[in-house]
Design a protein around this ligand. Structure first.
Ligand SMILES: Cc1ncc(COP(=O)(O)O)c(C=O)c1O
Length: 370
């Protein structure tokens, strides 16, 4: 007998996380592999975080601070916002899902781009709303005009991923401001800035400034990427007080854990070292782009900590995919096929040695494209 679950689950896409390092080692009989598949930081947590975590262990018999008040205050101060404009989540993924829960109902629509972050289709599927997935523009970035045109009276949420995952394309503050100005003032707009730290453009903080002023705007950020804390799951959103209150209402009372809260708070105090690490990742990303260009290999210019690279048009000589060939050589990148980008690979920026190992493996697998 089959147990009956909600029919909404039928529409829900399954998140395919890709192979773990242990799975790759076992499958291909390898003793080591490099992992450039999940847009993680190649650096360990910032100095001071380890000690804070060790100190926090003794208090784990107590529930964490439910509203994450200290972290909320620190984030509010960092962004020149009021604490009532900040909500902390179990990763920014949780806040994105909570936005869906708080804002969407059957009959509503949610507008997002495609291909974009794999979580967005869940928002409609989980709430019974309809997803309006707007194809990316020719440059692999959001087609903001088409997204604005897709909004109608049923639309209850519009999501922009900036820079976009999996393409890395950044839309400027001027383009984003124009989009927001063109939308109804009561339409909630969520701007997912998970990769904000890697945007080397002077206008990169302007959407956050706008979120302090516009009641319908919510910007999500995360400690998972530049701060290297994805294992602890801490993200946050800053924006209109009513939107923040709505997310606060639907979150579980103790949604972020005590260690994550204190690690994030500590991490915030190490700006100089964070900036040094971010600069080094940007430098590595640009060096990777130069190396790909030298090889005549097509890629999308990225402002994030990953690059989407062409894997050519067909299978390799023995019929396996380029992705699979790289796995066999112990190089784990993300197959674009799983991300709506067939014929491409999403490669996270790692250490200089890891990036060089990826390029060397790619050279062994592929002929030059020129
Ligand atoms: C665009 C985007 N948003 C949000 C996230 C989620 O980050 P987290 O839940 O770890 O904060 C990711 C993770 O890869 C992402 O790519």
């Amino acid at each position: 007998m089959t147990v009956r679950v909600s029919p909404r689950l039928e529409a829900m896409p399954r998140y395919e996380p890709g192979l773990t390092t242990a799975e790759v080692l076992a499958r291909y009989g390898l003793s080591a592999a490099i992992r450039l598949a999940s847009n993680e930081s190649p650096f360990p947590p910032l100095p001071g975080v380890e000690a804070v975590l060790r100190n926090g262990l003794a208090g784990l018999n107590r529930y964490p601070d439910g509203p994450a008040a200290a972290l909320r205050r620190a984030l509010a101060e960092r962004h020149g916002a009021r604490p009532e404009q900040v909500v902390v989540g179990n990763g920014s993924c949780e806040l994105i899902l909570l936005a869906g829960q708080a804002l969407l109902d059957p009959g509503a629509t949610v507008v997002h781009a495609e291909p974009s972050f794999a979580l967005y289709p869940h928002l409609a599927a989980a709430s019974g709303a309809e997803a309006i997935a707007v194809p990316l523009a020719a440059d692999d970035g959001h087609d903001l005009d088409a997204m604005a045109a897709a909004v109608d009276e049923r639309t209850r949420l519009l999501v922009v991923c900036n820079p976009n995952n999996p393409t890395g394309v950044y839309r400027s503050a001027a383009e984003m401001e124009r989009l927001v100005a063109s939308l109804p003032e009561d339409l909630p707009v969520l701007v997912d800035e998970a990769y904000h730290d890697f945007v080397d453009c002077p206008d990169r903080s302007r959407v956050m400034s706008l979120a302090r002023e516009r009641p319908n705007l919510l910007v999500t950020r995360t400690f998972s990427k530049a701060h290297g804390l994805c294992g602890l799951r801490v993200g946050y959103a800053v924006g209109g007080e009513d939107l923040v209150a709505a997310l606060d209402k639907v979150r579980q009372p103790f949604n972020t854990n005590a260690l994550g809260q204190s690690a994030a708070l500590e991490s915030l105090g190490h700006t100089a070292e964070l900036e040094r690490r971010v600069r080094s990742i940007i430098q590595q990303r640009d060096a990777m782009a130069d190396s790909l260009a030298e090889r005549g290999r097509a890629f999308t210019t990225s402002r994030a900590n990953f690059i989407l690279v062409s894997s050519g048009t067909g299978p390799t000589a023995d019929g396996s995919s380029v992705h699979e060939q790289l796995l066999r050589q112990g190089v784990i990148v993300r197959d674009g096929r799983a991300l709506g980008c067939s014929g491409r690979l999403r490669v996270s920026i790692g250490t200089p040695e890891e990036n060089a190992a990826f390029l060397a493996a790619l050279d062994r697998v592929l002929e030059p494209e020129l």
